[in-house]
Write a protein that binds this ligand. Structure first.
Ligand code: MOS
Length: 731
């Protein structure tokens, strides 16, 4: 049976708060944690081990060959010399010419012809050999001839598109600027960035007849299986993708990658299992980057610091024909009130690695810059930065007039300021400890919140154990744990009695891990299935579901208590199905928070050290206090990277990525990350599915870098507007 809920009206029931066990929300350890730290969790590339078993022929290994021009056509590959090399089985150049693999656009086949090159690093061929080393050797020895065409490489130098749907204006911003008591008009830039997940992409593809099985590392198997099927020209039900463990995604695994198409195609051609893994440089070159941005922010305020006008103009870049573009001003539409508003979104079409979703697309860079501009306004107006934000929080979405589903920005600002000790902040450039200049900065945190369609199946056995199944993934976020908690809570079972299976496209369709929608969406589906099972148990007990308590493996109604194994003669199985429906359309749904940072800037070298950060967040019901906190610690760490080090550098001559590995592309490591404090505000959001929850994963990023940039100004009086703030720019 399916418990289907079309979420057409908000759900204000608070029944999870009344559950008997206190499992939901508890800071429990990851249920799969022991498997991961002992190496027993098998990641995609490691599946090759099991495929060496007697039942399978040894797999072949494929290595992708990348284009070394930014734009043009492949004339010839020089296949023959490589085919003559020891162990080489094939040089394929058909379906593996996938230009735009990682966008997460379900069902879209590659848009370009096979021999067109659109960017440096684009996969153009696959060399398959008996061993990985032979394949890599062959790939390096392929001599490709091209007909080069001039590519566009500088986003600032091309005439940008202005898609009509992405522009908005209300009132007269120019007039508001002229008449303002205080105004600022500032421009910032942020560089291209890499998702830089720890686990590179890998697929092991096996055909059994016309059925394809791919072990891979993906965020959304539900969508990835039909994407791959479409690329191969086979029906969706012929493709199964299995991704039980994902070593980080950060947007890079939202869609299928070139390795999946190449491996599946080669396996079909050669009639054997084929494994294709990306090298670290290929991760940077052939997997979507976050677009670089140029942003202009205009702010006009009256004498009390109330915004009368705001403008946010962004230039982003992508390949020709790509539908995605970094939605820089996504949160600007609703974060602050102002009668006169203008948002401009320009897209430069360039021949660089395609741009896609990376960790909070839009807000990660947009909120960073907007909050830095707010700091500039606070300074210009002589108003405390926290106070400036408090004075400008709207009662409802300022553009549409829709109410917020919930909005605790003011509470987060006050809570964070108090915990951080914001009142000790001093005027810019006045606090010195030896050669270190010390400063404090803050920023609001904002991120849109979404629900996705989700299904989950729950089976309660007569022995009193439960199985939760959905093709949702756990990309390191804690999905296994929270879904296990939800079932344990609602079915009154100990955590150990519940098993959760994820990441297999053959299981009921989850929404995948993206846009921070996974927990609330899939969690609601699990809860719906469990509630349907509760109704059946209540029936067996002869009482109403509302009167039923399930606790410690027993069913309790009034003064009757029966252990589940005694009560159940057969397994009870239900499927939960959450459909977003109409509820969310009447409101602006977002998560809010506040970041505070203290930094020290070395007066001699310009080196910046983050000393401490405090984050206060409101994300609806917290399903697991520990994994939720870890999400925010990760987000704040990304904020440090965005403020201080992350920068993908494109060679100006051909667009190739110069720093295409984790030695040269700097991300924060242990010594860069000080004590980070995270505090969640108590919030329930009736629009957050049946759990009243919202997304967490990306909120911790949004604004975190802004707090650091603002703290740097407070420390040393230098306003760096080109990210990242490296020491050469501070000096
Ligand atoms: Mo995310 S950037 O939707 O994985």
């Amino acid at each position: 049976m399916t418990a289907h809920l079309k979420f057409d009206k908000p759900d204000a029931r608070n029944r999870l708060d009344d559950m008997a066990q206190g499992v939901i929300g508890a800071p429990l350890e990851r249920s799969e944690g022991a498997l991961k730290v002992t190496g027993r969790a098998v990641y995609a590339a490691e599946q090759a081990r099991s495929l060496h078993g007697a039942a399978h022929a040894a797999p072949a290994y494929g290595v992708l060959v990348r284009a070394t021009i930014p734009k043009g056509r492949v004339l010839s590959l020089g296949r023959e010399a490589v085919l003559a090399m020891a162990g080489v089985r094939a040089v394929l150049a058909d379906a593996c010419f996938l230009r735009n693999p990682a966008q997460g656009t379900a069902g879209k086949a590659p848009v370009q012809g096979p021999e067109e090159v659109a960017y440096y690093g684009q996969p153009i061929a696959l060399v398959v050999a008996d061993s990985f080393e032979q394949a890599r050797d062959g790939a390096q020895r392929l001599v490709v001839r091209y007909a080069e065409e001039g590519g566009a490489l500088d986003p600032e130098a091309v005439t940008p598109e202005l898609p009509e749907k992405k522009q908005s204006a209300q009132g007269d911003l120019d007039r508001a600027m002229r008449e303002a008591a205080f105004s600022i008009d500032v421009s910032y830039t942020t560089p291209s960035m890499a998702a830089a997940a720890m686990e590179p992409h890998c697929v092991i593809a096996t055909w059994t007849g016309d059925q394809l099985l791919c072990h891979g590392s993906y965020q959304m198997p539900n969508y990835n299986a039909p994407e791959l099927a479409d690329s191969l020209g086979v029906p969706a039900e012929k493709v199964r993708i299995v991704s039980p463990y994902v070593g980080g995604g950060f947007g890079s695994k939202l869609g299928i990658g070139p390795e999946a198409v190449a491996a599946a195609f080669a396996a079909r051609e050669l009639g054997c299992t084929v494994s294709v893994a990306l090298s670290r440089p290929q991760e940077f070159e052939a997997i979507t980057r976050r677009s670089a941005t140029s942003q202009r922010v205009r702010l006009a305020a009256d004498a009390e610091g109330r915004l009368t006008g705001l403008g946010h103009e962004a230039l982003v870049s992508n390949l020709p024909d790509e539908s995605f573009s970094e939605p820089v001003a996504q949160a600007t539409h609703f974060t602050y009130a102002a009668a006169h508003r203008q948002i401009v979104h320009r897209i430069a079409r360039v021949n660089l690695t395609p741009a896609g979703s990376v960790r909070a697309p839009g807000e990660a860079v947009g909120v960073l810059v907007f909050e830095a501009a707010m700091d500039e306004l606070a300074e210009a107006a002589g108003i405390d930065p926290v106070e400036l934000r408090l004075r400008n929080i709207p009662d409802a979405d300022p553009e549409t007039g829709k109410p917020f589903s919930s909005n605790m920005l003011a509470e987060a600002l006050r809570d964070g300021a108090q915990r951080f000790g914001w009142q000790a902040r001093q005027p810019a450039g006045t606090r010195r400890e030896g050669e270190w200049l010390v400063g404090m900065g803050m920023a609001s945190a904002v991120r849109v919140n979404m629900l996705g369609e989700a299904k989950a199946r729950v089976t309660l056995s007569p022995e009193g154990t439960a199985l939760v199944e959905t093709n949702m993934t756990d990309i390191g976020t804690g999905t296994y744990t929270i879904l296990t908690q939800i079932a344990a809570e609602l079915l009154g079972l100990p955590m150990q009695a519940v098993t959760t299976h994820l990441g297999d496209s053959a299981l009921p369709d989850g929404p995948g891990s993206g846009g921070s929608w996974g927990a609330a969406s899939t969690g609601s589906a699990v809860a719906l299935a469990c509630e349907a099972i509760r109704v059946r148990i209540a029936g067996l007990m002869g009482c109403d579901e509302e009167e039923l308590t399930l606790k410690d493996g027993r069913a309790i109604c009034g003064n009757v208590t029966r252990p589940l194994p005694e009560l159940l003669t057969e397994a009870l199985q239900e499927e939960g199905h959450l459909e977003p429906g109409e509820a969310g359309k009447a409101v602006r749904n977002a998560t809010f928070g506040a970041h505070f940072a203290e930094v020290a800037v070395n007066a001699v070298t310009g080196e910046v050290r983050v000393r401490r950060m405090e984050g206060a967040f409101a994300c609806g019901r917290i399903l697991n206090a520990k994994t939720a906190r870890s999400q925010c610690l990760g987000g704040m760490t990304f904020g440090i990277g965005m403020a201080l080090m992350e920068e993908m550098i494109h060679d100006a001559r051909d667009g190739h990525i110069v720093n295409h590995d984790l030695a040269e592309y700097h991300v924060p490591t242990n010594a860069d990350v000080p004590q980070l404090e995270v505090h969640f505000l108590d919030e329930r959001d009736a629009y957050g599915g049946t759990l009243q929850a919202k997304g967490i994963g990306e909120l911790g990023i949004c604004g975190a870098g802004g707090a650091i940039v603002n703290a740097i100004y407070n420390a040393c009086g230098v306003r760096v507007r080109d990210m990242p703030v490296t020491l050469d720019k501070v000096l």
